[in-house]
Write a protein that binds this ligand. Sequence first.
Ligand code: COA
Length: 297
Amino acid sequence: MSNTLSRDFVEKGAWKEGLFEGKVAFVTGGAGTICRVQTEALVLLGCKAAIVGRNKTKTEQAAREIAALGPSADCVLPISNVDVRDMGQMEDAVRQTVEKFGRIDFVIAGAAGNFVAPFHSLSANAFKSVVSIDLLGSFNTAKACFPELVKTKGAILFVSATFHYYGVPYQSHVGAAKAGIDALSNSLAVELGVLGIRCNCLAPGAIAGTEGISRLSQEDPEKAYGKRVPLQRLGTTTDIANSTVFLFSPAASYVTGTVQVVDGGMWHIGTHFSHDLYPKGLLPENYNNSASVNANL
Ligand code: COA
């Protein structure tokens, strides 16, 4: 199954062609699966976009492929060698975006790091690394874009998760970071709302074809997880795209300070991890040399 969108998203989907014409998006992590499809949806609906990433080849290739869905080859600007943990690099990325497109209306703070690791083998540096990329990176993204958002009365979408809604094992680092992101978004919604800027979070569940789901299962993820989700299937990147478009669209003009969970109801029944992994991988006799969990434990 393809994870990328096509013209069908406009021609057969729920959204009006040209909905985002004249708008510009700034997306961190835009070359990864989730944020890439979010960018594709915006571009298909007429938005221009800058995608910000660490890896030059990956970011430039993603930009070329996303731009092929839009009106011209330069409607997506790749900005690479940028680490969201570095405020100076973020400010420079914003400057390049405004130089190219003149404005920023929509911000997606999506750059994230994750791996599946039990607390006993999670180093202090690994914890700091994920919290810094996810939480500090989200703050830096919002902060660097803020002057532009004031001018456009724009909107921020933080990519969160559902790992902190209950005690999900092997995700203490990510859960802590994403809880912080939800808190950051709530405060910014209140502070920036008075300036006409909206802030929301999108929390994806198990989405087919993502790095995240492939880490959790080495068998076919749809078989392993699909039937454990209340809506009886894994999510798709189109599910993420639709919620993203809604939250940036005029239909959401009175929506701020919310978390849009796109997980088919999964977190309510706590199916994040296979029962093979809990508690087996946490018991001393099953510790191994690797910091990460082997999904086949
Ligand atoms: N399991 C456990 N610890 C890990 C790990 C893993 N799979 N990968 C990295 N770490 C630890 C490292 O060992 C290091 O800690 P140490 O110094 O105590 O050894 C620490 O994390 C930082 O690693 P580093 O290589 O310096 O990476 P970074 O700071 O550039 O952070 C990561 C990047 C760690 C988040 C990396 O996993 C990454 O970039 N992943 C790809 C993107 C991604 O995961 N996206 C999310 C999709 S859901």
